[in-house]
Design a protein around this ligand. Structure first.
Ligand code: G
Ligand code: G
Ligand code: MN
Ligand code: NA
Length: 254
């Protein structure tokens, strides 16, 4: 309840901000885009992690206005990058299943893109398998509409939950993000490495790009490369930062 009250006030007072964490293409080492990560800074208190407040926001329904703020802020960031002539690539935004299930979600995405005059292909929406818990058919229709808009769709946290293959076959994702627990297992378990190699092959068969998330060590980076991943994201390369220009433009060797 305290969090709920705080979130409501935070929306009005401008206490939210976005941090940005870069993604790097393994083939070239180039920085190819960012993930936007929400931060909440209540006045006179330590920053609150979304890991703490997203669940409360989902339970109270406040995730809908919070998610709308994130979507508009992310589109504003993309528009500012373009105005400044900066080539920061795509921006990925996390979308809560509660937000996704709203009647007006697709329209909200469309109007945020239009308001900021954006190329829809510059925006990627990250969704977890929780988007389909209720109705895969309904999710598939919603995905079709988003696909028609031209935004990119990523399956986030793959391997952290049930990792339903049916989702990959039925929904038109562009990107598969391997959960950081799976990435960590790459260097400690031969079977995890083989599973990731097989998932990567399947994803490529379906024309998805594969991102290894939470890459923290050179060994994990090497393993992601060996498994055939397309992109990496993680503390090894760069932490999320308020200003994207503070992150390296290239992935340093190895
Ligand atoms: O950045 P951090 O590791 O603190 O994020 C913790 C969790 O919060 C992650 O699961 C991340 O996906 C989620 N998260 C971060 N930003 C957003 C956001 O803007 N919207 C939603 N729904 N979740 C977010
Ligand atoms: O659920 P999602 O994948 O959106 O969560 C991304 C979260 O992971 C963000 O909160 C981000 O801060 C965090 N993160 C990003 N890189 C790393 C990393 O290398 N290690 C760890 N432990 N967390 C990371
Ligand atoms: Mn994410
Ligand atoms: Na993830």
């Amino acid at each position: 309840l305290l969090i709920e009250h705080g979130l409501r006030a935070a929306l009005g007072r401008g206490e939210f901000s976005l941090h940005h964490q870069p993604q790097y293409e393994l083939r070239t080492g180039a920085r190819v885009g960012f993930e936007a990560l929400l931060r909440w800074q209540p006045p006179g208190a330590p920053p609150v992690s979304p890991a703490t407040f997203i669940a409360a926001a989902e339970d109270s329904g406040l995730i809908v206005p919070v998610g709308a703020w994130v979507l508009d802020a992310a589109c504003g960031v993309l528009a500012a990058w373009r105005r400044e002539g900066r080539d920061f690539g795509r921006l990925a935004v996390n979308v809560s299943p509660v937000q996704f299930a709203q009647e007006g979600f697709v329209a909200a995405v469309q109007s945020a893109l239009a308001r900021h005059h954006l190329d829809p292909g510059s925006l990627e929406l990250e969704l977890t398998e929780r988007v389909v818990v209720r109705d895969l058919g309904a999710a598939a229709r919603q995905f079709g509409a988003l696909r028609d808009l031209g935004v990119r769709l990523a399956l986030d946290d793959f391997g952290a939950g049930a990792a339903n293959l049916n989702l990959l076959l039925r929904l038109p994702f562009d990107t598969l993000k391997l959960d950081r627990a799976l990435v960590a297992a790459l260097t400690t378990s031969d079977s995890a490495a083989r599973v990731v190699g097989a998932v990567r092959a399947l994803a490529h068969e379906l024309r998805l790009e594969v991102v290894a998330e939470g890459v923290e060590t050179p060994a994990q980076l090497a393993a992601a490369r060996a498994a055939g991943c397309d992109r990496v994201q993680g503390y090894l390369a760069a932490r999320p930062t308020p200003r994207p220009q503070d992150t390296p433009t290239r992935l340093s060797a190895p």
